[in-house]
Design a protein around this ligand. Sequence first.
Ligand code: ACM
Ligand code: ZN
Length: 482
Amino acid sequence: MNSVENKNLIVPVIPLPGECVVSDGRAGEETVYTRQDGIPSEGYMLICDDKGINVLYSDDKGRFYANKTLDMLKSYYKEGLPHLRISDCPRLKYRGFMLDVARYFFKTEDLKKLADALALMKINVLHLHLTDDQGWRMEIEKYPLLTEIGSKRSSTNGNFKKHEGFYTRAEMKDFVEFAKERHITVIPEIDCPGHMRAALAAYPELGCFGRKLKVADHWGVKHDIMCAGKESSYAFLFDVFDEVLEIFTGGYLHLGADEAVKTRWKICPHCRRAIQKGGLKDENALQVAFLNRINREYLRPKGVKGIIWVYDEVPDGLDEDIIVQVYGENAFGKGIDLKGHTAIDSDSAAYYADFPYGITPLEKTFGHEPDGTKVAGAEICLWTEYVKDFAKVGKMSFPRSCAAAERMWNNNTGYDDFVLRLEASNIIKEYGGTPVKAANPSAKRAILQKIWWGRRPLHWEGLKNLIENVAVKIRYTRGKHD
Ligand code: ACM
Ligand code: ZN
């Protein structure tokens, strides 16, 4: 097919958002690209007629997305495109997909495959959950033990199999560039102050009592978290962030901040002193002060936006320029008060792709409408406790992320039409996804999946935490700490 860039063609702008009309007639061979004022950023129009294919686009991103749609159309209409008119632009500026690479590590080749799929779906953010209790996955030159020790665990939930892996700085630089070429911003997450057991295993002094710990080898929330009362914790984080932001240049840093259990902070002399000195009400206020300090001293001066996880309540006193990623079930439907924060919708009832399809079927994900007046963006999230290889990443994410992406753009022609187009495309096959029928399982299959999923709390972590908490309290409230 020929293709030319046309600077002069005046084509009447079809009002965006959203139009898709296909009619009889075979489109001509020539492709003409025209940058067109009046089309919203990232938006595009395709007009195929006897003469050929007219691509009208707003900016480089719009041109890129127009080509993605053309690629899909061409893979379906192998004999040539029909006459058609399609116009579209995004409803949400931030259209994200999160992959947890901490619970299981995925190679950069896999990340590249994923980025290609995301680009096809016109998703523009890949959020990498790089660190957690069970693994630290990003090389940090100043703190080599983070990966030498923190990227390895001896076993997973009692399976006696080692698991390890991390990204070198060079690998990640290359990947960030690869993603950028596909108009995808890679957002790194360094989860703190909780979910830091892998870092604590490498550098015990980051914890409240300097306890010697192993990289966590079981799932479940841990009670040993980073100390928020020691100056050295902030120095460590700022060093780590320096190296991270040198590679991830998209202007965002995800700080996690979820599930930070305050058991240790309650009895830690450093944390108690910080609470007293700051005139803070309690440990929750200390976490807010911890995040605000990172924001004020580190992120703001660099022009980087911080993001944190929030379940269904935005903490009081949190700096307003910190973005909140809301994951509570139907938190927006229940009217969460955003307290002036910009929000990302990751409603776990619709957008947690680790849930079996029996709990979160494709139709449910498609049916969830991120409220574009309240949120800057939405993000589908794949936690990987039960996703140990890349084949399963495909099964869990596709086609659910296609459905989420569809609702992040304007051209919504309804679920049935979405499924028709989805099945006509090659996406599910190419990325090893779940067929539509299995992605909306029968009630019988759904019950079995719910039982399988429901077994998760049946591990010993809660009991272990209880016993350990008593032991720590006895030992460290009798003065045996550094
Ligand atoms: C989360 O699901 N803990 C963010
Ligand atoms: Zn402490």
